[in-house]
Design a protein around this ligand. Sequence first.
Ligand SMILES: Cc1cc2nc3c(=O)[nH]c(=O)nc-3n(C[C@H](O)[C@H](O)[C@H](O)COP(=O)(O)O)c2cc1C
Length: 394
Amino acid sequence: MRERLERDFERFRRELPADFPAHVREAYRIDLSARYLGFLLPHPIGKGSGQLSLSLDQLETDRAAGLAFAVLKTVIAEDPAGVRSMGAWAIHETRMKLERVRGTSGQEGWTVTWKGRGWDRSFQDYLELTVAAGELTRSGGMLAVPSVKYHLPRLEEPFREAEYRHTTTALAHAWGGDILALEQDFSPTLAGDELAGERERILRWLRESPGCIRASAGGIPVRLALKLMNARYDDGFQLAMMDASGEADALVCFNRLWSPRRGVAYGGPDLGERNLRVLHAAVGRPHPPLSGTGDIGSGRRIIEYARAGCQSVQLHTFFQLPLSEYAATAGSRTQRALHALVFHPESGLVAGMLELEQAGLLERRGGELRFLDLSGADGSPPKRGRRGNNTLPW
Ligand SMILES: Cc1cc2nc3c(=O)[nH]c(=O)nc-3n(C[C@H](O)[C@H](O)[C@H](O)COP(=O)(O)O)c2cc1C
């Protein structure tokens, strides 16, 4: 199988097979099926909300590449008069800078420095993109989910229902179908904002906003993911945020870190390490199904998130690297990234799952290794390392 993997990696440098999960199943007897927001996905790799999901062209390229799902850029909610309480988040900023970053552990990685925030075009434009996202989802091409930042009140204030209602019903009608799948963003830039300075306030948002969104959808059921931020507090508060989010259908854990010194959000190894530490601490606690995000640049990192409970992952930075960083020599960035994430003979998803099998940490069921077994999605807790701790075999 190792040799076959090396051959596949070489062969697919020029072109990834259109249905690579079927190939993985056939060649390695590995079932990559994953889940996000109750949708069964062919594999776990999706695109996190951001500058890479602003247009129909980007969605179409991702579908053709075989991405499992994409979350649209976050739109700022508005009321019928077009008033946006979180309007300060609709900043126009085009310049993104990809930078090398060294984590506190000394590990090297990448971060994207960018001063913008939410969707900076009209709500009507966003609704048009949402129509296309709904059609793409229903056609079976690719799950594509809108993302919103709604009004987040101070403790003594009510939630602005008019803004919730106007935005949610418009998105539900645009996305079409019997349900609305939606992500709610608690942005990293929010972590640096004075509004996010009070723990009780943040916990209230997490407890109460899902109810506001569901009540504002005009009777259409909402499948809601909360994308939790990395707050300015300790790991214990991250767990408290997860505990407060029980009304959601999924949690995306956790958005980028905030640098008060530079006044920007950042990623890289520190983000991955913090997220994994908190997620491991959350294993065994009741919470909605998880989708991981943060510093994912290899299949092994995906497995680490899966073993910490995640049933899918959402990447952004790894889809933005210079072309020279990918081993593939042709295809879109999404395709090249998928090639490395899945087929790399050392750090890829297939290699990692085969290694876990060899180490006795993952068993075949019905002759197959299953990605979802890594997270204990069948109800069993995720398997630990040999000594019963979180040590991975590599
Ligand atoms: C330039 C940029 C813009 C982003 N915009 C959003 C956004 O609008 N909404 C959101 O929920 N997350 C946003 N994110 C966060 C990403 O979706 C992702 O969760 C985060 O960057 C961690 O993943 P990564 O380490 O793979 O980049 C953005 C990230 C970047 C780098």
